[in-house]
Design a protein around this ligand. Structure first.
Ligand code: DUC
Ligand code: ZN
Ligand code: ZN
Length: 487
């Protein structure tokens, strides 16, 4: 018996703040020593030439979830978590999604029943609130926040999900009182519908018109409005899957004023464009997601946002719908752009794409990469320091990353339950080699080493309403003109 269960030897450890040569000693699922000549272990892994990184945290992914039209994702908690693990992730935060009329307790229980027996990595849930009734706002949600479900997503678009501004204010003020984070899908529903009708009546039905109908102004207007509502309610807010320069600018402006506004973006806004929706035949359906991919200039603005303090979190928004009648074509073989299931897969390619194009091409430092793919999500969503870092006392959630592994992304190397990848043919340098969760080897030698259901649910602490996440410049202020007692 060694002093440690496992020592990772000879690698370069990188956190959000530091890069240093160190061995990592692991016992009982935790990091217990950092340094050299740590002693003996039951098992050693030679990480010479490798990067030793905190395991990725994918903080936005749709797994075994029904869409607003009750379409089930292609990935369940097994295939979704396996694919996440092969992509370097040790934690993910999918959604427990309320459909109108549903009791939140039931939604949470159903989601636990789906995840518990299947997930191979650790997980928490964000709630989706589509029906903020008096009972939800007065009873269910406060109780669930107290139990550690401290984040929830609301939609400003999608007929069956959207809430109006008044409901948003109700949700935000509740979040403020109870110390929760509101995540917002910010697109103006009326703008999208108005444009869609004009397109459809003129016979513009092809997939590419999805991007036309989801005009950038629909996103920037809604983002600015959402931020203003958060200001009024004096609440924190994170705007998810930001795709346009103007929406990014609105977040940065708010942050520069010291407001607790956060931003998230995703691979599809760096590596795809609206032109992909114009590929031959129905191929464009593979790239239909909301918000849609934009243009080259938009991609550059999103890259800038990853380094200038706009975005804290880089998530996949993995929303897997196959290119067949179970997914993209569930409404028929030749749907108008309005009827194509929205979403792209990407849980396994999120980290390799950002590493290769970001760190590899000099756009991001290694520490920024770690912050964006792991540490900041852990901080914002109440998992830090247990998750999101490599430090004595933290869970031994570690991705041993081969920075020189060249791979061509193609469907057959991925582990999700999809029949395509939007990134088919892209060449990347850098891929996770060994993935360790709580000291357990999850992926090694391109093989899964753990049993289904071996991931754990992560109990999150309710947040102190006054506690800030990373990068905030000021504490929550009573900036509204009414005073907090109205909130
Ligand atoms: N848009 C969403 O809002 N959610 C899932 C996928 C998508 O494209
Ligand atoms: Zn969304
Ligand atoms: Zn989403």
């Amino acid at each position: 018996m060694g002093n440690f269960d496992l020592i990772i030897k000879g690698g370069t450890v990188a956190t959000a703040a530091d890069t240093f040569r160190s061995d990592v000693g692991i016992r009982d699922g935790r990091v217990v020593a950092l340094g050299h000549d740590l002693g003996s272990a039951d098992r050693e892994i030679d990480a010479g030439g490798m990067l030793v990184l905190p395991g990725g945290i994918d903080a936005h992914c749709h797994i075994e979830q029904e869409s607003s039209t009750m379409l089930m994702t292609a990935d369940d908690y097994y295939s979704g978590s396996v694919s996440a693990a092969f992509g370097g992730n040790t934690t993910f935060i999918p959604f427990a999604a309320q459909h109108r009329g549903q009791n939140l307790r039931d939604v949470v229980q159903i989601t636990h029943d789906r995840a518990g027996p299947k997930s191979v990595i650790d997980y928490a849930f964000h709630l989706i609130i589509s029906d903020p009734t008096e009972n939800v706002l007065g009873q269910e949600l406060p109780a669930l926040i107290m139990e550690g479900y401290t984040s929830f997503k609301v939609y400003m678009t999608y007929e069956m999900l959207k809430i109006d501004d008044r409901q948003m204010l109700d949700v935000l003020s509740l979040a403020r009182r109870h110390g929760a984070m509101t995540m917002v899908h910010a697109e103006n529903n009326d703008v999208i519908n108005w444009l869609s009708e004009r397109l459809l009546t003129r016979g513009y039905v092809a997939p590419k018109y999805h991007a036309v109908s989801h005009n950038p102004i629909a996103e920037s207007e809604a983002s600015r409005r959402a931020i203003d509502l958060a200001r009024l309610a004096d609440a924190k807010m994170l705007i998810v899957h930001v795709s346009t320069p103007e929406a990014a600018q609105a977040i940065l402006n708010a942050r520069n004023q010291g407001l607790p506004i956060y931003g998230e973006t995703c691979p599809q806004y760096l590596f795809l464009t609206a032109e992909d929706l114009d590929r031959d035949g129905m191929e464009g359906a593979k790239f239909c997601c909301s918000p849609p991919p934009r243009d080259k200039a938009g991609q550059e603005a999103i890259w800038l946002g990853l380094t200038n303090g706009t975005f804290q979190v880089f998530s996949s928004d993995h929303a897997p719908y196959r290119f067949d009648d179970t997914g993209k074509f569930s409404a028929g073989p030749n749907p108008t752009f309005k009827k194509i299931a929205n979403g792209v897969p990407g849980i396994e390619t999120r980290m390799p794409l950002l590493f290769s194009e970001g760190v590899g091409k000099g756009r991001l430092s290694l520490n920024q990469f770690v912050a964006l793919t792991s540490t900041n999500a852990a901080k914002i969503y109440g998992l830090h320091p247990r998750k999101g870092t490599i430090a004595v006392g933290s869970d031994a959630d570690i991705t041993i990353w081969d920075p020189n592994w060249k791979r061509t992304i193609t469907r057959s190397i991925l582990h999700d339950n999809m029949d395509y990848t939007p990134y088919e043919g892209m060449e990347v340098t850098g891929w996770p080699k060994t993935v360790i969760s709580r000291g357990r080897i999850v992926v090694e030698d391109e093989t899964l080493r753990v049993e289904r259901g071996s991931g754990q649910f992560l109990e999150r602490q309710p947040m102190d309403p006054k506690t800030e996440g990373p990068g905030d410049k000021a504490p929550l202020s009573s900036s509204n003109t009414f005073g907090a007692d109205l909130m």
